[in-house]
Design a binder for this molecule. Structure first.
Ligand code: ZN
Length: 427
């Protein structure tokens, strides 16, 4: 086993701070794994190598001759694949068995949450997830915009971030709850509705949102089942405002009616979808709307409540698997996005393993985690594939993830934007 400190030494030696931009632009690296998973094909390319120049993949194939100035990284026993993309993260949350969501939103200072988020960003990157779609700070305001800048400026290591900022809920429809009704308490998202909704969409975009997240349904009171929150007209107006600004819209929806309204409004992905019906998934397929079943969050919450993982599954866990099966039957594109933050950051592989348990093949899951998510999130022209011209976000894992998805837990190398953050120690 390599020691963590030696891996860190490698990482520090290759941060942007120690290499000038010009040096990095021309730096040539030849990565020599046993095989390449290109992000699209369900078959490995054995004996392929990948040449990286600066922050781009220059060449991929079986007979690449490295120029003499190239540094060569042998990666025996590994599969080299695109950097993985987490579809549903909350870098500003930490596991609910450490602190309940209410306490995180109400009692943790913003600076504490931000400091913790920098650690979450680092462990996510080191787990081979080089991009995250972070779906709301849950009360931490616009701190995701600042964290993204800190990563881009090389101040802290972390994945590329697509950020939702505060997310949008209907007034009265979100928590924390249970206070004297006349008292204003911090909320996990920004309230807006009616005519004001469109302007809140615009303000969030102006403040740095790469995408807009709306809660199409939620519990109106403690102990209630989820019910729709926004009207179809409100959702349509929000989507129109976001799309005209070039931003995708993500809908939290677990009820069939909440999902139906979100689909009718033209959102881009739906999160959770526990009570989705065959009709709703057929409508999603017809409009090419992606689905993130977030199985890992359901699994984690059930375990926090005492479930030991044995049969029978609690209702919430079973509903997630049922929704996945219905969505797949309808041909809906499945996103890999686990709602990580509910459980530990860096454990992103948990959702991948549960998707396999839910019937997807390891190859389908690996494709979803790379080119699938990249296309779904509008990044397909530069990320998600090991192909000449793409950005050099690359991960080497021990073994073959296309036959055993757990291989993505054994990360031997992480490169993001051509910068090596984790790798084998040289001679
Ligand atoms: Zn979430």
């Amino acid at each position: 086993m390599r020691s963590i400190s030696r891996l860190c030494a490698i990482a520090l030696a290759t941060t942007p701070a120690t290499l000038s931009a010009a040096d990095r632009q021309d730096a040539l690296t030849l990565l020599k794994p046993d095989a390449v998973f290109d992000g699209e094909s369900a078959a490995l390319h054995k004996g392929w190598a990948v040449l990286v120049r600066g922050n781009r993949i220059e060449a991929v194939g079986p007979a690449i001759v490295a120029p003499p100035e190239a540094s060569i990284i042998p990666l025996p026993g590994t599969t080299l694949m695109p950097g993985m993309i987490e579809g549903h993260s909350h870098l500003f949350l930490h596991p609910y068995n450490e602190a309940p969501w209410d306490d995180q939103v109400l009692h943790e200072p913003l600076a504490l949450r931000t400091a913790r988020a920098t650690v979450h960003a680092r462990v996510t990157l080191m787990a081979g997830f080089t991009t995250v779609r972070d779906l709301g700070t849950e009360g931490a305001g616009y701190a995701d915009v600042g964290l993204k800048q800190a990563i881009e400026q090389g101040i802290v290591p972390g994945p590329r971030m697509l950020v939702a900022t505060r997310a949008i809920v209907a007034p009265g429809a979100y928590g924390p709850r249970g206070f004297e009704p006349g008292v204003v308490v911090p909320l996990g998202a920004e309230e807006a509705g009616g005519a004001d909704l469109v302007n809140v969409v615009r303000r969030q975009i102006g403040a740095g949102a790469d995408l807009i997240k709306v809660y199409a349904d939620y519990r109106w009171g403690t102990g209630e089942p989820s019910r729709p929150t926004f009207t179809e007209g409100e959702l349509k107006a929000a989507v129109e405002a976001a799309h005209s600004a070039g931003r995708e819209v993500v809908a939290h929806a677990s009820t069939a009616e909440g999902m139906r309204r979100a689909v009718a409004a033209g959102v881009d992905t739906i999160e959770h979808g526990d009570e989705g019906t065959p009709e709703v998934f057929a409508a999603m397929k017809a409009k090419s709307i992606g689905f993130c079943p977030t199985l890992a969050a359901g699994d984690a919450i059930a375990r926090y409540r005492g479930w030991n993982g044995s049969a029978p599954m609690p209702k919430g866990v079973q509903e997630g698997f049922d929704a996945l099966a219905k969505a797949r039957k309808a041909g809906v594109a499945i996103c890999l996005g686990g709602d990580v933050g509910v459980y530990a950051h860096g454990d992103n592989a948990r959702e991948a393993e549960l998707l396999v348990k839910g019937g997807m093949t390891p190859a389908e899951v690996a494709i979803a985690a790379t080119s699938g998510n990249a296309r779904m999130f509008g990044l397909g022209d530069r990320l998600g594939m090991v192909k000449a011209g793409m950005l050099a976000d690359l991960v080497a894992v021990e073994g073959d993830p296309l036959s055993d998805i757990a291989a993505i837990r054994k990360v031997a190398l992480v490169m993001k934007d051509g910068v090596l953050w984790k790798g084998p120690v040289g001679p």
